[in-house]
Design a protein around this ligand. Structure first.
Ligand code: SF4
Ligand code: SF4
Length: 237
């Protein structure tokens, strides 16, 4: 597989949220109004102007509180169901950059609510968001404007712990596999998530469900979503 990838090593994440802030800043996205919900996670979810969100899941285990940090963002799927679904609807709202593999939204294209619903439902990781007022889709862009100039994505550049990494796909996959070998002896449940299908490769050290409902999708479900979204194109054609 050619192109670029992220490697997100959650075992090194301290939830400083530097990546989340850098993403807002680089994309000039406005702040989201937040309120105290009894958690340090803010905002509550990804949204039209929040492409990167450090999720904080707090679990009470063995008489102590354990935190699971998950720096969520678009997986830049190798075969993106969101794009295939948009294509089947005759919409040019989602494109793919061939050189990097980045899956991009087109900010000039309006998308009807029903079409957005179908696009979001096709995403195995529940990523795309939509603005009712502007009728536009938004999500992580892989910082394609920076990457094309030879710069790192803003979230990667700012990360002080080595959690966020970016580079050629084979290099990132090798980095993930090497790190997995390192942490496995201490954390037997450590695993890499859905690496065959995505360009945002997460490593977790415990059950993925403890981090986030959509942290990992069963591989067969990903294959089904890809197949279904491609079938829609055939039906439309
Ligand atoms: S790659 Fe860019 S757009 Fe995507 S999460 Fe990182 S900073 Fe945000
Ligand atoms: S993670 Fe979801 S939004 Fe991102 S490319 Fe894959 S299907 Fe599309």
């Amino acid at each position: 597989m050619k192109g670029k990838s992220f490697f997100i090593d959650t075992s090194k994440c301290t939830a400083c949220r530097g990546c989340q802030v850098a993403c807002k800043q680089w994309n000039m996205n406005p702040a989201t109004k937040t309120y105290q919900r009894g958690t340090f996670q803010n905002p509550e979810d990804l949204n039209f102007s929040t492409f990167k969100l450090v999720r904080f899941n707090e679990l009470f285990e063995n008489n102590s509180v354990k935190w699971y940090f998950f720096a969520d963002q678009c997986r830049h799927c190798v075969e993106p169901p969101c794009k295939f679904t948009a294509d089947s609807l005759g919409s040019k709202a989602i494109t793919r950059d061939e050189a990097t593999g980045a899956v991009l939204y087109n900010p000039k294209v309006k998308v009807k609510e029903a079409d957005f619903k179908a696009i979001r439902e096709s995403c195995p990781w529940d990523i795309p968001r939509w603005n009712k007022k502007t009728q536009r889709i938004a999500k992580c862009t892989m910082c394609i404007d920076r990457v094309k100039e030879g710069l790192l994505p803003a979230c990667v550049k700012t990360c002080p712990t080595g959690t966020m990494n970016f580079g050629d796909q084979n290099v990132m996959l090798e980095m993930a596999q090497n790190r997995l070998k390192e942490v496995k002896s201490v954390y037997p449940k450590a695993q890499i998530l859905n690496a065959d299908f995505v360009r945002t490769i997460f490593l977790v050290i415990d059950d993925p469900q403890k981090y986030h409902k959509f942290a990992k999708t069963v591989d067969s479900e990903v294959i089904t979503r890809i197949a279904n979204s491609k079938k829609l194109i055939q039906l439309a054609g």
